[in-house]
Design a protein around this ligand. Sequence first.
Ligand SMILES: Cc1cc2nc3c(=O)[nH]c(=O)nc-3n(C[C@H](O)[C@H](O)[C@H](O)COP(=O)(O)OP(=O)(O)OC[C@H]3O[C@@H](n4cnc5c(N)ncnc54)[C@H](O)[C@@H]3O)c2cc1C
Ligand code: FES
Length: 512
Amino acid sequence: MRDWTNSAYTLPGKAASYWLETIPGTRHPPLSEDIRVDVAILGGGIVGITSALLLKEAGLSVAVIEADRIFRGVSGHTTAKVTSQHHLIYDWLLKQFGRDRAQMYADSNQAAIERIDALSRQHRIDCDLLYRPAYVYAGTEQSEERIRNEVQAARSLRLPATFDADVPLPFATYGAIRFDNQAQFHPGKYLNGLAQEIPGDGSAIYEETRALEIQEGEPMVVKTGRGCVRATDVIQATHVPFHDKPGLYFARLHQSRSYALAMRINETFPSGMFINAESPARSLRSQPAEGGELVLVAGDEHRTGEGNPTFDHYRHLEEWARSIYSVQSVDYRWSTQDTMPLDRVPYIGRQTPGHDHLYVATGFRKWGMTAGTVAAIVLSDMIQDRSNPWVEVYDPARFQPLGPVPSAIEQVAETAKGLAGARLTGAPEEASQLVAGTGAVVEVKGEKVGAYRDLNGVLHTFDLTCRHMGCLVAWNAAEKSWDCPCHGSRYTALGDVLHGPAVKSLNRKGQQ
Ligand SMILES: Cc1cc2nc3c(=O)[nH]c(=O)nc-3n(C[C@H](O)[C@H](O)[C@H](O)COP(=O)(O)OP(=O)(O)OC[C@H]3O[C@@H](n4cnc5c(N)ncnc54)[C@H](O)[C@@H]3O)c2cc1C
Ligand code: FES
């Protein structure tokens, strides 16, 4: 029988996030009745958990509603650099947003580093927080000018930036922008520590409870499959908003996946966190671990639902790592995705100007450790009617004419064009040829459907139509999931929701 995976390459390491493997599991109960709180926070990643803690500390009652287990989403699969150096952004911000708003972006993300440090001290969380310089290095001669422009822009915003010609990496570069006093941490240990402070005094965390619908009013009502949450204010901290029609968020975001390997090398890793200026990304940092240090190698991004064969992304990273280091072992591998906004700046604030009690935080562009913390600070201030100096730059309603940014409508058209149809124009595979543990688009009675053969040999078939807005999902062989190319929803091999904006499972066709 044919194995529809890339048989030429064996995926390395354990398929698990190092962060999640090294913290205890959580056991918060699911919602079991209707409840009333001051603030309903949907999603238990860095945005949801940090917001909940700040609001609870301000005296409000909060309910965190988590579809799965808390911090098992993107925040549990990040590379966890804690930095205001968000790749090359400040030269862009100065040109597109002007000095005042570029300064808000810089100040807020620098402040987020301090807030993470302060919260971990306040709550005595040992989360491997270490101060390290952050580098974006020029891997090609062409990138050097961009790096130098970025140094100038960042310095003009009082960021701790310098041009460093001597980058401590084992290959030639054309210099780098270095930010001093940036940090790295263990996000699982950090969020686990924060989450322990939330339950009690009218506040709670509910796991395995998916928010399905938000009804606006006074109070706001969040419907789940297990009861309703009534709240004065609601924060969609679900990474990508599922209630996304007000404000057309589905048209203003796309999701981009990246891959990570955690490995042991013979060399001593330098003190620093690194990423190249070019695409595909090559990101490096180290992490203290039992039995010695791990090195995280990440990158090889692509739009969710594309990038097949997905095995190749792990292979590219492993080959690159082996070309620069003497690799002893690859211990873990994982992948995840983040939301990419139209103009490179997250959307944090009221969902739209007309929705006074509905808040959103999304579009972190793979820098959500600091930006997610900024979101929690901004939203908790807004909910308490306190002024916050950074609101304006993140305001989701900010859309002034922006030069090279494609309009939302163009992006919708681009997304819709062909994606729904094109995916099915290829020849379907033969269901009888699927080996256990693999999936493919197959033809059953003249109709193309999704099929997955489980480890007992049972064939499960699905309608390929994504339950968000009807695009067609594609099989992701490396992660054994069904991924939607339109707005990045993902489903397990058996069709259950893994990642929004979808909230409903794929429709099942049958099993045999
Ligand atoms: C490969 C990669 C590397 C990265 N590295 C870095 C880095 O080094 N530094 C950095 O700053 N940032 C990094 N990021 C970005 C950062 O990890 C994310 O921006 C951040 O974790 C997003 O946090 P979140 O709280 O928005 O989402 P999540 O952590 O995904 O939390 C959202 C939660 O909501 C839950 N949920 C979803 N839908 C529902 C629903 N309907 N009802 C209830 N709950 C729901 C999910 O289960 C999840 O637990 C990286 C991103 C990627 C993809
Ligand atoms: S994620 Fe929007 S249609 Fe699939």
